[in-house]
Structure formats: structure tokens, C-alpha cells
Design a protein around this ligand. Structure first.
Ligand code: FMN
Ligand code: FE2
Ligand code: FE2
Length: 414
């Protein structure tokens, strides 16, 4: 699908009585956070809530869409002097690069944020301190018939994050939580779009950005439950707004946030001339014969964004790679490094198989994986591109040992 800028433009729209979407689709950026491919774009959802006593704007957009966003806010509220509050659920510039400009124009507006956000905001934006209103957890703001309640949900995925709940209508503005990649070209709501696509992209977004903070997601979910918040509409800041399938996205998040060790091995490999790849085929077959699901990832061809999503619940990761210039084959090393940043401490096992011609690089792999919190299973195998019978026997033993361990884990259905 090619997304032209024109196909990406979306008009502001009323999503509930007195509530409007004023966000923007980004079909220009290639990599979200300069890391994660977004071939189908991304949306920055921002909202306006109109009460009888005042208007609040909830979140904003990335820098290059500021003008489009400001026009939409103006279209919905008329005079920008009516804006009393700009709510910052999260300081990241994909949501608030536009905010300093909005504040220049909306001269009566104050910025509503958590105390942590108030401490951090000066590191990112120049906003006069006198315009900041810090809100405590659970504090409410009455716009006249429209009450906003602020729910602190720290570390989703920054320290200052909160959600905003519109009490009368049961709308939860959750910011990054429950978000997904993918511009909103077909519609704004879950029942207007290809939901399976967005749920898959929510899964990838989760593993790229939120997974590291899974414990905080679970805390946020139980807080929402404890507070008895009725959620009629779940309005994240990326991807579709949920009104019909709220339960599905909540269930997906709960499922993704509970670390699992499944009866599944991910074989992450690289191969320049096919010698290493031959081993991968044998290994995958043997795992399957032993009743273990196998995911095979060619690290040179699958972007780590997708790999992180694929492998997050595999009970064991098996890395098979050649030595390249005295180092682990770079695309495989990259996956290891990402795992260290994004999936450390999940209590999983890893195994290392290194092919080389004159100098092995298994030691380096073991070091990175150990740092990433994996228990590296013995034996670590180093073999030549044309393996001996003895090499192949050792490899089979390693596969069998991994299979025996992983078969003790949870059978996870997709
Ligand atoms: C550019 C390049 C650099 C390599 N550097 C090393 C090296 O530093 N040490 C080594 O033992 N083998 C090195 N090799 C050889 C490969 O690691 C070895 O032949 C490999 O196991 C081949 O696997 P493949 O057929 O799956 O690509 C290098 C090969 C290439 C093409
Ligand atoms: Fe964020
Ligand atoms: Fe975001």
C-alpha cells in the first residue's frame, strides 16, 4: 500500500458529544523514533473536549504536523482563546512538539500535567512555568458538564505518563498505552478499520516500545479495574479508537504484559553463503519432530522491530551465525543488542551456535546474551562451515536438551 499525503489527510471529527478528534496521520516518517519501520504510517491522535465552562485539548502531534493540528483545533473550537487547558498525558515529542506553538496562540491555556512531567518539561520544551498546572493522581477538572479525571500511570513508557478519563462519557484517553502503528486512513474507530491489521501492529508497537514496562502496564490495568472505571471508549494516541472492541484491546494488552515462556524456540540466524542456513533447516526439523514450535528468523532480512515481536514469548532463543570480521555476524548481533535493551530479565534460556573458518566469535555472543539476562545453555557450539559428524551430533544433542527444557513450559496458543 502506498500512502500518499493526500490519502493520509483526515478531517477533524466528532467522536462523542462534545468530544472531537483533532489528530493527524503521519505518512511521511519512515521510522518511528528513528528505529521502528512504519510502512503504513502512524497516527498521532489528539482530542478536544468542550464543556460549558471551557475547552480542553488533550495531547497534540509531532513537529511537522503542527500546522495541520492547529487548524483542526481552530476549526473545532473557533476562537483559540476558548482553550483553557492543554492536557499532557506524556511529554514525548510525537505528542507535544506542537504544544509550544498551540500555547503561543491559545493565550489563556494552561498546561495540565503530572508533577513528574512538570519537572521534566523544561528539558524538552520552552514553556513559561507560570502556565503549568500540576495534577495529583485522581484529581478532577470540571469543564462544565465534562469532568476530566487524571489517572497517574507512571512508566508507560516514560516516568511522567498519565491517562485522562472523561467521566460523563466513559472515555479513557490512554496516550501510548493501547496504541498501534498504522495511519488511520479508513476511519477512526475499531469498527471502521481492518482491526486485525491494527491489532497486529499494536502487538509490534507493544514489543518495540511498551514491553520493557510490562509490569507497569499490569499495574495500570489493575488500577483501572480497582477504580471501577467504565470504559465505553478507549482513545489512545496512536491507532484506532476502540468503542466496539474495547475488551479485545484490553485483553490483548493483558496477554502481552504477562511474561510467558512458551513451548517454542526462536532460531535467529544469519548466513552469507548458505553453510549456516543448512544447519538451521536441520535444527528446525528436529525441534518440530520433538513437538516444539519453531520460529525461524533470518536476522539480515527481518527488521528487529518485527523480530522483537516474534520472539518475545519463545521459551528459548537459539542463535546460529557465522563469524564476520572477528565478530558475531552483525545483523544477529543487532538482535542480541535489542534484546538486551528491550527484553532483558524475562528469565529465558539461549543457545549459541557459531560457524567460522579461522576464528570463532561465540564468546562475544555469550557475553552479550548474559548481559541481556539470558541463561546460556551449554554446550556453546563452534563449528566449521562444513561440519563433521561429531559437530552434527553435538548440535543434535543441543537441540534435544533445549527441546526437553522448553517442553516443560506453557503451551501458548496464538
Ligand atoms: C566478509 C567475511 C568476513 C569473515 N570474517 C571471518 C572471521 O573474522 N573469522 C572467521 O573465522 N571467519 C570469517 N569469515 C568466514 C565465515 O565466517 C565462514 O565461512 C562462515 O561460517 C560461512 O557461513 P555461511 O556460508 O553461512 O555464510 C568471513 C566471511 C566473510 C564473507
Ligand atoms: Fe511515547
Ligand atoms: Fe507516542
Amino acid at each position: 500500500m502506498y500512502l500518499s499525503t493526500r490519502a493520509c489527510y483526515r478531517e477533524p471529527a466528532q467522536i462523542a458529544d462534545g468530544v472531537f478528534w483533532v489528530g493527524a496521520n503521519d505518512c511521511v516518517k519512515d521510522l518511528f523514533e528513528s528505529l521502528w519501520p512504519i510502512p503504513y504510517g502512524v497516527s498521532y491522535n489528539a482530542y478536544v473536549v468542550v464543556g460549558s465552562d471551557g475547552v480542553a485539548v488533550i495531547d497534540g502531534v509531532d513537529e511537522h504536523l503542527t500546522f495541520e493540528y492547529l487548524e483542526k483545533v481552530r476549526e473545532v473550537v473557533g476562537d483559540l482563546d476558548r482553550v483553557r487547558y492543554v492536557v499532557l498525558n506524556h511529554l514525548e515529542p510525537d505528542h507535544h512538539a506542537s504544544t509550544p506553538k498551540l500555547l503561543n496562540l491559545a493565550r489563556n491555556a494552561e498546561v495540565v500535567l503530572t508533577p513528574t512531567a512538570a519537572r521534566l518539561i523544561g528539558t524538552l520544551y520552552r514553556i513559561p512555568g507560570g502556565r503549568l498546572v500540576e495534577v495529583r493522581d485522581g484529581e478532577r477538572l470540571d469543564l462544565g458538564g465534562r469532568r476530566l479525571r487524571f489517572i497517574h500511570t507512571p512508566w508507560l513508557h516514560w516516568p511522567e505518563t498519565m491517562m485522562t478519563y472523561l467521566e460523563e462519557l466513559g472515555i479513557l484517553f490512554s496516550c501510548d498505552a493501547f496504541g498501534s502503528y498504522g495511519a488511520l486512513t479508513e476511519g477512526l474507530f475499531d469498527d471502521e478499520v481492518n482491526l486485525e491489521f491494527y491489532l497486529e501492529e499494536a502487538r509490534r508497537y507493544f514489543s518495540n516500545i511498551v514491553l520493557k514496562y510490562s509490569r507497569n502496564v499490569l499495574e495500570a490495568l489493575s488500577k483501572i479495574e480497582r477504580l471501577g472505571l467504565r470504559i465505553s471508549v478507549l482513545a489512545p494516541s496512536h491507532g484506532p479508537i476502540y468503542r466496539r472492541y474495547v475488551d479485545r484491546i484490553l485483553a490483548l494488552y493483558r496477554d502481552l504484559s504477562i511474561p510467558k515462556r512458551c513451548v517454542e524456540v526462536s532460531v535467529i540466524y544469519g548466513s552469507m553463503y548458505g553453510r549456516t542456513e543448512n544447519l538451521v533447516e536441520q535444527v528446525a526439523r528436529r525441534f518440530r519432530e520433538r513437538g516444539v514450535d519453531v520460529k525461524v528468523v533470518d536476522a539480515a532480512r527481518v527488521h528487529p522491530s518485527y523480530t522483537l515481536s516474534e520472539v518475545s514469548n519463545s521459551g528459548a532463543l537459539l542463535f546460529i551465525f557465522p563469524t564476520y570480521d572477528a565478530s558475531v555476524f552483525p545483523p544477529v548481533k543487532e538482535v542480541m543488542n535489542y534484546l538486551q535493551v528491550k527484553q532483558a530479565g524475562r528469565g529465558r534460556i539461549a543457545a549459541v551456535v557459531n560457524t567460522y573458518s579461522w576464528g570463532a566469535s561465540a564468546k562475544e555472543a555469550v557475553e552479550i546474551l548474559t548481559k541481556a539476562g539470558f541463561q546460556v545453555v551449554e554446550p556453546v557450539i563452534q563449528l566449521r562451515p562444513l561440519p563433521t559428524e561429531e559437530d552434527l551430533r553435538k548440535l543434535e544433542e543441543l537441540v534435544d536438551a533445549l527441546a526437553r527444557e522448553v517442553l516443560k513450559y506453557e503451551k501458548c496458543s496464538e
